[in-house]
Design a protein around this ligand. Structure first.
Ligand SMILES: NC(=O)c1ccc[n+]([C@@H]2O[C@H](COP(=O)([O-])OP(=O)(O)OC[C@H]3O[C@@H](n4cnc5c(N)ncnc54)[C@H](OP(=O)(O)O)[C@@H]3O)[C@@H](O)[C@H]2O)c1
Length: 242
């Protein structure tokens, strides 16, 4: 990995991550919020309905490494259906590094899903590790091996309420949102994305795949480039809310 901005030169993922401390930035009424998305050169968020194939090995390492810095990882129901998540902190060495840093070994998995039409046989629900918290309109969910708790909300679930609940009821200091385009858009619309990690992968897909943000915004949201690195041909940018 090489760092392009600031201070160009060789770097490695581990030292980049160790210099990043989102949990120290918790706000009173909500956690610090980072989003991590990957985009093709034409702004698309998936190939054949999934984003997994978009990234290089370096992007997978970046995604898994970034999770180690957060109390919770949040996704929308569409991402859970498409990507069928497993254990969020899947590698033992990552759980060990979290314990050394004073975090829970497993990150809290947070899903926003009004209708709860989720892949209940996905490993996140069946492997029995960690906890899953689902913000939903439904009042009950199937039995699962992994402990699942529902936070029942009426009508359209307000992202600000979700974040407020995470901070006040769960003590979450920093949450990483991994999309998808609908949930990410709601957070951006609410001015609630503090750090935006964007991987730009050098492919063009065309077609009708969604863009990384699929929500009407009340206004242009502005971000400022904080860091930029390159590995395996992918660009890794971190933008901060301006
Ligand atoms: N490129 C990337 O970085 C990236 C990242 C993530 C996902 N993706 C791709 O994005 C696609 C999925 O897109 P998506 O927009 O459907 O993803 P999404 O934002 O994860 O999911 C949208 C779903 O989340 C739930 N939801 C979100 N906000 C809600 C609210 N305020 N109230 C109630 N429910 C709410 C609803 O779930 P229910 O329908 O369950 O009620 C809604 O259908 C997949 O192809 C995936 O591979 C790409």
């Amino acid at each position: 990995m090489r760092r392009l901005i600031p201070d160009p030169g060789p770097t490695d993922l581990q030292s980049e991550l160790e210099a990043y401390h989102p949990i120290e930035n918790a706000l009173e009424d909500r956690p610090w919020v980072a989003a991590n998305m990957i985009s093709t050169l034409d702004g698309r968020a998936s190939i054949s309905g999934r984003s997994k194939q978009l990234g290089s090995e370096a992007d997978t390492e970046h995604l898994l490494g970034l999770r180690t810095r957060f109390d919770a990882v949040m996704i929308g129901g569409g991402t859970m259906r498409a990507e069928r998540y497993g254990r969020i902190i899947s590698r033992p060495e990552h759980r060990e590094s979290r314990i050394r840093d004073g975090l829970e070994p497993d990150a809290l998995a947070v899903i926003v899903s009004g209708d709860l039409d989720l892949p209940w046989d996905a490993p996140l629900f069946t492997n029995g590790n960690g906890r899953v918290l689902i913000f939903t309109r439904k009042h009950s969910a199937p039995e699962t091996e992994t402990p699942v708790e529902l936070v029942v909300m009426e009508g359209l679930i307000d992202s600000a309420d979700v974040l407020n609940h995470l901070r006040r009821k769960e003590g979450v200091r920093a949450v990483l949102c991994e999309g998808g385009p609908t949930l990410f858009g709601q957070l951006v619309a609410g001015g609630m994305v503090d750090d935006f990690f964007l991987t730009i992968t050098p492919v063009v897909t065309g077609g009708d795949a969604p863009r990384i943000l699929e929500t009407n915004l009340p206004d242009i949201a502005r971000f400022r480039l904080a860091t930029l690195s390159e590995a395996d041909g992918d660009l890794f940018a971190r933008y901060v809310q301006d």
